[in-house]
Every structure is written in structure tokens, then in C-alpha cells.
Design a protein around this ligand. Sequence first.
Ligand code: FES
Ligand SMILES: [Fe+2]
Length: 441
Amino acid sequence: MLAPLRPDHRELLAARETGRSLPAPFYVSPEWFQHDVDEVFSKQWLFVAAEAEIPEPGDFVTVNFGTQSVIVIRADDNTVRAHHNVCRHRGARLITEPRGATGTIVCTYHSWTYDADGHLTYADAQDSGFDRKCFTLRSVHVRTIAGLVFICLADEAPTDIDEVAEIVEPYLAPHNLAQAKVAKQTDIVENGNWKLTMENNRECYHCNGHPELLNVFFPIWGYSSTDTVPDRLAPVFNRYRISTAELTEVWDRYGLPHRNIFQLDTRPTGFHIEREAMDLAGESFTLDGSLACAKLLTDDLPERKLGRVSMHLQPNMWLHITSDHGLLFSVIPIAPDKTLVRTTWLVHRDAVEGVDYDLNRLTNVWEITNQQDADFVALAHQGISSPAYLPGPYGPSEVLVEAFVNWYITTLRTNMGVAAAEPGTAPMDMGSHMAGKAAAS
Ligand code: FES
Ligand SMILES: [Fe+2]
């Protein structure tokens, strides 16, 4: 039973003013948090793991948000499966560990046992007529794209994931993430609403707060020409244009797609993908921009200086890939004011720590950046929790923030059957792709 939509919240959802941050209840109220779990995280495609986290049959991770829990496991045929983490006997949670490896999934309550495909293989002391085939684990939609694992808990998942995969795979697949290994994974719990985490990630207006990242990361998001770039960023923008011209020749030589594709709020599985130059040595996310891992992700791309592929996917992921490593981020809501940010560093499967890479050098720029971002998100949540908060305007460099919020509002309106107060303010026609369109109240 989904939580009903309060009349005042229905009004807020219908009347959201574009170009401004959301009213406070969206960020702080427990009811909206539940709507986000029910209507966004339980119905959209979610990024939950790298294939490299579960390289062998029986390897699993569990994904938890709200009351949902899902087992993502590699089956004997090497495909990735996903099942609700709920025993078909009397409902006990099956796996409580965040990750591990298992030959079979055994319920600790009465020992019902399942294989990685979810089939019930053992149930003790049943009548002769007991049919194990009737008690297979409830499966969850799962989709891998170039080494990234996505799940969707809706009965009918948004169908546009196929179109999205077709567009992004040519960008991602050349970097061989499916064959990579995990060098490190960190979990940070940010003291803020998950939407503030996503909004913060969608702009570099705050990037003066990231002096380490700014060594190599051109903070020019939202600016399309020298006319709109502020004076303080003009030298950076000039270096960016020169580097981009040089790298475009390299990308074309290797057949690497580099068109900036922006479909963040024009489809159910909104995304943005681009290939961008990086500053200084332009090779990796290190303080001087030089490689962090001497063994590149693939022998097929022997260029050290490739810039980065960056992708955002609504509602919960972003990534960066350089020639030497992949950097994946997933966002999982825990509470209205608590959000898990998981960061995964991937390197070539044969890269050796201490030989090909120093782990601290590989991870420190983004570990520092993640903490700085966590601090920004906590400050934002604190301020928004005050009765004095009023929604404020997005500037030109916050265009991706607006795209995220617009996608979020349109997704909620579609899934909860709420019309925009002013017809035409929602540009997406997501109807034919959306799952679970039933109104919740
Ligand atoms: S609840 Fe799992 S075996 Fe009984
Ligand atoms: Fe940031």
C-alpha cells in the first residue's frame, strides 16, 4: 500500500515553479521521502553495482532502501540476476551482508535454499504434494550496460533503457569496465536529502570548494561560449577549448564517440553523456593530472591522454572514466536527511597495487572531493530545514540541476497521476515508457 499524497503536497507537486530549488517539504518531510522511495526508487532504473564487484558465479551484493532489499548475484551461466531479498516461506530477509559469495542462498530461519537463479532447491519436511517450482524468489528486472549493473523494481520497467543503452554503450564499452577490477570502494553517508546530493553533483558553480579537483577538472558546466563565461573562468575556458581541439583528433582516430548528448529530462531514463578534455597533464584525476595507474584500462586504447567520459543517469548515478581508471558513483536514500554515496574505483584486472598504482594517489582527489561535497550537502540540508528557507533561483551554470529537478517532478507527476498546475510546464511526454502509473491517493 503506497503512502497517500497529502492535499497540500499534491498542490506543491502540481505547482512547482521551474528555475528554482524545490520547496522545503520535498527535501525534509518524511512523507516526501516515502514518495521518493515508492515512486522514484521503486519504479526507475537504478545503478547498483559494477559487474567487477561480482566477477565470479555466486558473488553477490545487496541493495537496500526504504523497506526494499534486493540481491544482485552472478549466476552459473555468468549472467547477472536480481531477486527480492525475501524468503518465499514466511518472508524472512535472506541475506543480511552487503556483499559476499555463496553457492546457494540459504534462509537462516527454516533453511529454505535457493540457487542463484532464484529456484527453490530445498525445503525440508514438506508434504508429498509440495511443489518447489511454485516458490521461486521474486525476480527484479536487471540490465547490464558496459559493465554497469542496473535494476528496476517496477512490475513493468521503463522501456527506454534499451534506447539509452544503445546510445551510451559506444561511449563506455571501449574502456572495458566489464573486465576491470575494483581497486577501492568507499561509502559516505551524507547528512542531507538524496536530491541535494544529486543537485550538488549536477553543477560546478560550487567548484571553488574543490581546489584539488579543480587542478584537472574544467569547471565550465553550463557555459557554451565565451560570451557567457564569467571573467574568472575565461583562462580556464580557453585552455579547455585548446585541449578539446587536440583531443578531438585523438578520439576520432580511435573511433571514440564524443558528441555531448543531453537527455536528462526528456525521457524516463534521463541521462547525459559527454567526452571532455581535462586540465594539466589531462590524463587522470590526480593532483597534476598524470596517470594514477600505469596499466591502462585496455590495450586497445594505448593513449594516456584521453580526457574523460562522464555520464549522469537519473535518478542515482554518475561516472567518470579516464584512460587508466573508472570512477562510479551511486546514490541510495537512507532517510530524509541521510544519503549513502558509494564510490567505486576500477582499474585493469591485471593492474597490481604498489606496482602499477598507488592506492592513495588513485583515490585521494575524489575522496577529498567527496568529503567536500558531503559538507556542502549537509549545509544545504541544514539551511533548508529552517523555516526561513525559500526556494532560490538557478543560474546559467545550474542548467543540469534544473534538468534533474524537472525530471524528478515530471516523474512524480506521471507516477502519481498529478497534472501540472499550468498545462505545458512539464516538457516530457513519458507516458508510453513509464511503469506503475497508478495514482497513489
Ligand atoms: S522464512 Fe525462510 S525458511 Fe522460513
Ligand atoms: Fe562538488
